[in-house]
Design a protein around this ligand. Structure first.
Ligand code: GDP
Length: 197
């Protein structure tokens, strides 16, 4: 379900020109219970990678760490959000305005969360009208095969309508979580490179 074709574009020419110190802010959005906290803790714990010591947890909602993607390091600040589902008031709070990129999560076992992801995408468009804000629609809990309510093709079709990437993940199985973060970094680099071109 995941296309990594973006990554074929070389980032060599951009070396040294983007502010190397500034982390990318990645915001986790989605209905409650879809797995945002699980995502953030995998990112924070980073069992599988790099020097896991340099993760700073501020509260337990924000984590900053350096990861390596395609041989180049990137610093990500991941913001876990709490979806109070109170609509507009919530939408005017900061998370929607703070991201450089967004992981828009739903649970494949919960159709309501899939619908919520669509609502959040529409709200997000108001805050991030720019075409190139990286967004990945993430169908989490794909390990719960028997409880699935949203098919892969529905997820993919929704992402196509919303003009964003799509991936299915399982935080429980640690499946595709890093692919999602790496995909975000690749999209951010593409955007950075096209700005500099
Ligand atoms: P949040 O409200 O979006 O932060 O959701 P949480 O990360 O707290 O997850 C809600 C519940 O779903 C917890 O009990 C998690 O253990 C569980 N959960 C999260 N991701 C997965 C997954 O990929 N598979 C399964 N089976 N359970 C998951």
């Amino acid at each position: 379900s995941w296309s990594s074709s973006d990554s074929v574009i070389s980032t060599d020419s951009a070396e040294g020109t983007a502010e190397p110190g500034s982390p990318y802010r990645v915001v986790l959005l989605g209905a409650s219970g879809v797995g945002k906290t699980a995502f953030a803790s995998i990112f924070a714990g980073a069992a599988d990678s790099m020097d896991s010591d340099d993760c700073e947890l501020c509260g337990d909602e924000v984590c900053e760490r350096e990861i390596e993607v395609d041989g180049e390091s990137a610093t990500l600040t991941v913001l876990d959000t709490w979806d109070s589902e109170t609509g507009i008031e919530w939408a005017q709070e900061c998370p929607m305005q703070r991201g450089d990129a967004y992981l828009l999560l739903y649970s494949v076992t919960d159709r309501a969360s899939f619908l919520r992801a669509s609502e959040l995408r529409i709200i997000l468009r108001r805050f991030r009208p720019a075409q190139h804000t990286p967004i990945i629609l993430v169908g989490n809990k794909c390990d719960l095969v028997r409880r699935r309510e949203v098919s892969v093709s529905e997820g993919r079709a929704c992402a196509a309508v919303f003009d964003c990437k799509f991936i299915e993940t399982s935080a429980a199985m640690q499946h595709n979580i890093w692919e999602a973060f790496h995909g975000i970094v690749r999209q951010l680099r593409l955007r950075r490179d096209s700005k500099e071109a």
